[in-house]
Write a protein that binds this ligand. Structure first.
Ligand code: ATP
Ligand code: MG
Length: 238
């Protein structure tokens, strides 16, 4: 028997004003899965994550998390439930230190384990530990991505949404970041992984959603997508 979905989207459409960026998407995400969300520029990948996070102008359809409908919940409530988004472009607080940025990730938490989570998040990436007192605005792009991920972990994600974690980064840094993605998968964190680099996303996921112009073109095991010739031109330009 399949486990109950952790997150479930039914007929979800999302808008910027009158522009429909995501059309009629239905998908179930099971606990512990990593789902790659791939497709060309403008396909609606970021908008889909934003719909789940509750920051789109308007969303139609139904989003359920752990069995409860959350379609009208505020973004903050969703973070509190464990839906945590590392946005495209990272959006760290440049005038604050590395440590301060990480602590902000736990702003909704009142529990006694916060300090332990902070220590763990800071130690995820040795580069962050070394730069703990440095202003975040002076970090390199790769270090900023690491910081955005460490900050997200402070919120104890049940579903971690990563939007283009490899964007603009050198291969060595991408490796460091994906090493952590693999560790999080091993720990059972459910991950929605948006990537321009389809191969990288497929190698690091269980299942894939292929989007184009806001619609779901294909859904299936990641291993199959890489071999599907009909998706080749859409994803790999072949
Ligand atoms: N803030 C916005 N206001 C209006 N339209 C937007 C906004 N952000 C995105 N769009 C439009 O929504 C559609 C989907 O964009 P989205 O950013 O979700 O695509 P994407 O798949 O993430 O693309 P990319 O790979 O380039 O990041 C596009 O047509 C885009 O022009
Ligand atoms: Mg995007």
């Amino acid at each position: 028997m399949q486990p109950e979905p952790l997150l479930s989207l039914s007929g979800v459409a999302a808008y910027y004003g009158n522009l429909c960026a995501v059309r009629d998407i239905s998908v179930d995400v099971r606990p512990g899965e990593t789902i790659a969300i791939i497709g060309p520029n403008g396909a609606g990948k970021t908008s889909l994550l934003r719909a789940i996070s509750g920051v789109m102008d308007r969303v139609r359809g139904t989003i359920r998390f752990q069995g409860a409908e959350i379609t009208r919940r505020s973004p903050q409530q969703r973070v509190g439930l464990g839906l945590v988004h590392v946005p495209e472009g990272r959006h760290i607080f440049t005038a604050m230190t590395v440590e301060e940025n990480i602590r902000i990730g736990g702003f909704l938490r009142r529990d006694a384990d916060r300090q332990a989570s902070f220590d763990e998040a800071l130690s995820m990436f040795p580069r962050l530990t070394e730069r703990r007192h440095q202003l975040a605005g002076t970090l390199s792009g790769g270090e900023q991505q690491m910081l955005a991920m460490a900050r997200a972990l402070m919120a104890r994600p049940k579903v971690l949404m990563l939007d283009e974690p490899s964007m603009g980064l050198a291969p060595m840094i991408v490796n460091e970041i994906y090493r952590q993605v693999r560790l999080l998968r091993q720990r059972g964190v459910t991950i929605l992984l948006v990537e321009q680099n389809a191969r990288l996303a497929l190698e690091n996921s269980d299942r894939a959603l292929v989007l184009a112009t806001g619609t779901l073109r294909h859904e299936g095991p990641s291993s199959g997508v890489a071999q599907d010739r009909s998706l080749g031109s859409l994803l790999f330009g072949t």
